[in-house]
Design a protein. Sequence first.
Length: 281
Amino acid sequence: MFDAIIDGPGIPQLRNAIGIISTVGNPAMVMMTAAGLSIQASDELGLAAELRLNRAACVSCRFQPAVPENNYECIFINLTPLRQFLEEEATEEDRLLIVHNPLPIVDDQREWLMVFLLNPAAANGRHVLLEAINDQLQVPSMMVDDTRYMVTGMTPSLRMRNIVQGLRYFFDGNGHRIDNLRPIGITLTALMIRIRLNLAQSRGNFCMIGAKLPLAFDLPNLEAFINATRMSENVLIHADPYRSPLLNCPFGNGLGNLFFFGNIIHSSIWWLSFYDFIIIN
């Protein structure tokens, strides 16, 4: 059994975050734990991003696993009905109730995630039932690890977004958008974050050099990350030589985080083809 209540001001923030994560991969894995609720989205390369709703930011949050020795419950759902439901008008007096009960309803063997919009002025609140897609269920092997990373860099989201967006695409003299799929490298040191544009290749990846290892972010479509930075005051970049690197965009004044996964590359080839770079102090 999992249930969490979110105040009205947090509903638009959660709606925007779910909209962003659904562009990465949909359907997606929803996982309930004692720490809160997590939505993990995968693309053709594997697990790509995670939305984490923090327990501490909820009015209340409770988790009682159906199997006592388990520390999580998970289902696989389509995010589109949830996103559409959250787009309905809500006031600051409203509250959002998220409930998951793994025990089947009487005469119904299906599993549901239930979301209610509670309006104190209305006799009955609106709700949506999200049916689990159990036949496609597979627990991801990679999720955000709460263990502290060896290296963490932080930069203002506005600055990061403007630079990345400027490298992602530009407009020609006629106002037409031109996409740029060239890789972007991010170098993380104790004093600065350096973003480099790779002119030699044609795939749209992030690459970060941190903890003495090249770390690549497989983000062929950077729109989700660009949109995530609009919800965040700062972007955190986490690096560790033994774990997948992360781009971390906190949102909603502690309500949650949007994480984008990277990959460790054991090669120095990335150093050989960097030409242009921009330094963020």
